[in-house]
Design a protein around this ligand. Structure first.
Ligand code: ZN
Length: 173
């Protein structure tokens, strides 16, 4: 690798992902307004520009595949007129599932940055390690735990509220 290549790699790895995660958190909060679990994602190009932003719309679209990551990839593909997302970073509030990790691998993104881990369904460390599976022809760099507490709290409070609402319903005669 030449010096220019090394410099480029260092500057990209050093990027502060916090502002992008803040935006993903704002998007996640918008999911709740539509009755969806709060998960948000932004796709960032090599220059640090957000090229797509989405939140979970599974309930809204009646679509089991309408996860924030997949919607962001579709948006970027339509905008850039290209399916290949080389050089891009997907920033998402929750660790991607099997489907999304697979889609990100197919999209050839350089990096996944996530906030909270998902021990029940996470596919980039928790249950599977799809991003670094050498049997696939593309591996993805991983950054985890960015604004982890905020990302987790948003989900925890969503499910707490859901449980309270369900309990209230039961109490009604
Ligand atoms: Zn997913």
């Amino acid at each position: 690798m030449n010096l220019k290549g090394i410099k480029k790699k260092i500057s990209r790895a050093d990027r502060d992902w916090t502002p992008y995660m803040r935006r993903a958190l704002e998007l996640a909060a918008e999911s709740v307004e539509k009755g969806d679990i709060p998960i948000g994602a932004v796709l960032v190009n090599v220059d640090g520009k957000i090229v797509a932003q989405a939140h979970n719309e599974r309930e809204l679209r009646h679509d089991p595949t309408a996860h924030a990551e997949v919607l962001a990839l579709r948006q970027a593909g339509a905008g850039e007129k290209a399916w290949r997302m080389t050089g891009m970073t997907l920033v998402v509030t929750l660790e991607p599932c099997v489907m999304c990790a697979g889609a990100l691998s197919l999209a050839r993104v350089d990096r996944i940055v996530y906030g909270a881990a998902d021990p029940k369904a996470g596919a980039t460390g928790s249950l599977y390690k799809i991003h670094e599976d050498k049997r696939l022809n593309h591996q993805i760099e991983l950054v985890s735990g960015v604004l982890e507490a905020e990302c987790r709290e948003l989900l925890v409070s969503f499910f707490r509220k859901k449980r309270l609402e369900a309990d209230e319903k039961k109490k009604r005669p």
